[in-house]
Design a protein around this ligand. Structure first.
Ligand SMILES: Nc1ncnc2c1ncn2[C@@H]1O[C@H](COP(=O)(O)OP(=O)(O)OP(=O)(O)O)[C@@H](O)[C@H]1O
Length: 357
């Protein structure tokens, strides 16, 4: 089906000829060629050349082509130049820069009635966008970051609506906000400052809840030791406003909290105990680097720039990624065996509930 990519190959060549600016070298003097298929496109330079084939060139091609490919393909952002060998017998064209893509672009799920939607949800694929879902058996821990008003709580509530159907949930909600109301509606255990509580006491009660889950993990580990095929129900521990939770508490209280959460992050994966952490930022105050590295679904909503993504996605240079605009938009990275490792543009679902949460 090579023909079907000819049009986009021509468009890419023309864009690069116009915008690449590599010492007057263009496809017309055979300085490079473009080939594409369903996996992405190849920039094949004819070497030796009067320009440097390096990560700066890769980045420039990425930025030029991202716009022309939108909205039909989404380029997957790499951390450096992605070299691949070609099948050419000609020494001059035996290497290429590869730009992997996925078809289409972010498409928001719009749900008229979330209760009905949840009832009709039959498989284990957690719908995130029209063209993206995540197998809940592949989720270890989820991190959701974004500035105030970016849509974190809305996305969290969406996840909770679905996940309550597939496991048990415990919520910690320091702001006594929509997660607490959700918990009340569905009779889910919640730790929230219902009566005025000292911040140290509040964090200690969260640590006690986490520690009970750690006991559960240890029980399950013993079971797994006896029977490696043992299956467990999913347990989701939700902590909203993580950064606010750990601010202004005594050092030993914060230390105990961090210690138990890092053990859950490390050991929960094999035993189906999952963390869903929501925070404006995932800096060192909110979570240690080792714990953060255990998150395998990373969601950054709202402003996207190298400063905002530096905590949750430290290796990412978001320059050139076509990020959708509007409320609840951002980036998602799913680190499992089923999705591309790279970040993808995200539009979080819009949904209506029967009663306001
Ligand atoms: N996907 C979406 N579709 C439609 N509206 C949305 C979506 N996500 C968020 N909103 C709306 O945007 C506003 C802010 O969202 P939300 O309260 O979830 O943000 P937040 O990041 O949790 O803010 P805060 O940290 O201040 O609680 C709300 O009015 C919410 O209804």
């Amino acid at each position: 089906m090579q023909e079907s990519y000819e049009y986009i190959e021509t468009q890419l060549i023309q864009s690069l000829n116009l915008a690449l600016n590599i010492d007057n070298e263009t496809s017309y003097n055979h300085a490079f060629d473009i080939q594409a298929n369903q996996d992405g496109f190849w920039f094949i330079p004819r070497l030796p050349a009067g320009f440097v084939v390096d990560s700066a060139l890769y980045d420039k091609i990425y930025r030029i082509s991202g716009a022309i490919l939108y909205p039909n393909w989404t380029l997957l952002k790499q951390n450096g130049a992605y070299f691949v060998p070609t099948h050419s017998q000609d020494f001059h064209t035996q290497r290429a820069l590869f730009f992997p893509w996925v078809e289409g672009n972010a498409k928001r799920l719009v749900i008229d009635d979330i209760d009905e939607f949840t009832e009709k949800w039959v498989n284990n694929k957690l719908p995130i966008m029209e063209n993206l879902d995540i197998n809940i058996d592949k989720i270890n821990h989820i991190g959701i970051a974004g500035q105030s008003g970016s849509g974190k709580s809305t996305f969290l509530i969406f996840l909770l609506y679905l996940l309550k159907e597939r496991g048990s949930i415990t919520i910690c909600d320091p702001k006594l906000d929509s997660p607490s109301r959700f918990a009340r509606k569905f009779d889910i255990p919640v730790i929230a400052p219902v009566e005025v509580q000292n911040q140290n006491d509040f964090v200690s009660s969260v640590t006690a809840m986490l520690s009970q889950h750690l006991d559960l993990i240890h029980d399950r580990q013993r079971e797994l030791y006896k029977d490696p095929n043992a299956k467990f129900e999913h347990n989701y521990i939700v902590i909203d406003e993580l950064l606010a939770l750990t601010e202004n508490v005594a050092k030993n209280v914060a230390g105990a909290f961090q210690s138990v959460i890092s053990q859950i992050a490390l050991l929960g994966r094999a035993t189906n105990v999952h963390l869903i952490l929501v925070s404006q930022r995932f800096d060192a105050h909110a979570l240690s680097t080792a714990t953060r590295e255990q998150l395998n679904v990373l969601i950054q909503i709202g402003n996207i720039n190298s400063r905002t993504t530096s905590f949750l996605m430290p290796d990412l240079d978001p320059n050139g990624i076509v990020v959708p605009q509007g409320i609840g938009s951002g980036l998602i990275q799913i680190i499992d065996s089923e999705h591309p490792y790279q970040v993808l543009p995200l539009l979080t679902p819009s949904f209506k509930t029967k009663e306001v949460l």
